[in-house]
Design a protein around this ligand. Structure first.
Ligand code: CP
Length: 344
């Protein structure tokens, strides 16, 4: 057994994360991920008292987006502003990617100019190549075909706020379990000790190779992975029920078939009648109301989707601080207390 992924003990030294990439959270130990969640909680509490906390004065984050974003763009930009730094929003056509400069050259050049890079790319391999050639930390802001680790770590943070822990819970993912968001949630939650139940029609179930990664996490953390085509069975045992949009960049003519296959997996009032008392509803957003869930679910008191969206900023502040690093303890005692685990 890999003891680095068993239940964490003492608080980790987050200064050791300085300079690392966050292409996936799966290269981090469970203790490191819990350390980031603890730092995010401290930063959120600090933000409530004083929004401007200039730990990263003069530092710059380049944000490369191949696809649109509301939450990722705004939360990273606000995070850098509140940390005293600056974020640059870079879209295709505004830089030489794609086509006019290689990914490797882009990575090398941007690394000479900024302190970290966050990128949202269509293909995970693009982000991996960017990280291979960058000499500053590269953060995954969603790769459409694989992973969204800043979102799933934020989800873990939000679950901890509402339910006190992630370890020992059961999370259900209902609907499009072939989606990158289901991969990301399943990998993060099982790493942190929460079991996953994936309810999907066979054609939209998680890919076998991804199941193998999730099961490997389960072996180390004590969690379990269950696959089912029965959404009622999934919500009956779940402390948290996730769903995700049924389409993203798909052409119009593919939407009708997705709607036909996934309609029995809509999270609606009839399905929620089978949910465990106290269960929470989560969705990374954007949501297509009336498709993957109804208004009565996303707007219900048990829906925590807006906390989930807000928490992107707080978790990402923790991540930016850990990866960019803090050179010395701030003179301000309140900031120094929060930065304690970041100083070598
Ligand atoms: N959840 C999420 O990443 O939202 P955006 O696509 O708006 O960034």
């Amino acid at each position: 057994m890999d003891t680095s992924d068993t239940a964490p003990g003492a608080a980790p030294d987050l200064s050791a994360l300085r300079g690392r990439h966050f292409v996936t959270d799966q290269t981090y130990t469970r203790a490191e991920l819990v350390g980031l969640l603890d730092l995010a909680a401290a930063l959120k509490a600090l933000y409530r008292r004083r929004p401007f906390t200039p730990f990263l004065e003069g530092r710059t984050l380049a944000m490369i987006f191949e696809h649109p974003s509301t939450r990722t763009r705004i939360s990273f930009e606000a995070a850098m502003s509140e940390l005293g730094g600056h974020a640059q929003y870079l879209r295709p056509g505004e830089i030489h990617l794609p086509g006019h400069e290689t990914i490797a050259d882009t990575a090398r050049v941007v690394s000479r100019l900024v302190d970290a890079i966050m990128a949202r790319t269509a293909f995970h391999r693009t982000l991996v190549e960017l990280a291979e050639h960058a000499t500053v930390p590269v953060i995954n802001g969603l790769t459409d075909d694989y992973d969204h680790p800043v979102q799933s770590m934020t989800d873990a943070f939000t679950i901890r706020e509402h339910l006190g822990t992630v370890e020992g819970l059961t999370c259900a993912f209902v609907g499009k379990c072939s989606d990158a968001m289901c991969t990301s949630v399943s990998l993060t939650m099982t790493k942190l000790g929460s079991s996953m139940v994936l309810a999907a029609p066979p054609e939209e179930q998680m890919a076998p190779e991804t199941q193998a990664l999730v099961r490997a996490n389960c072996e180390r953390s004590g969690a379990e992975l269950t696959l089912t085509d029965d959404p009622q069975a999934a919500v009956r045992v779940a402390d948290v029920v996730f769903t995700v949009g049924w389409w993203w960049m798909q052409p119009e003519d593919e939407k009708e078939e997705l709607r036909r296959v996934l309609r029995p997996y809509q999270v609606n009032e009839a399905l929620w009648a089978h949910a465990k008392p106290g269960a929470k509803f989560m969705h990374c957003l954007p949501a297509v109301r009336g498709e993957e869930m109804t208004d009565g679910i996303i707007d219900a008191p048990f829906s925590i989707v807006l906390d989930e969206a807000e928490n992107r900023k707080h978790f990402q502040k923790a991540l930016l601080l850990a990866l960019i690093g803090v050179d010395e303890a701030p003179a301000d005692a309140e900031l120094a207390a929060v930065a304690e685990t970041l100083i070598p």
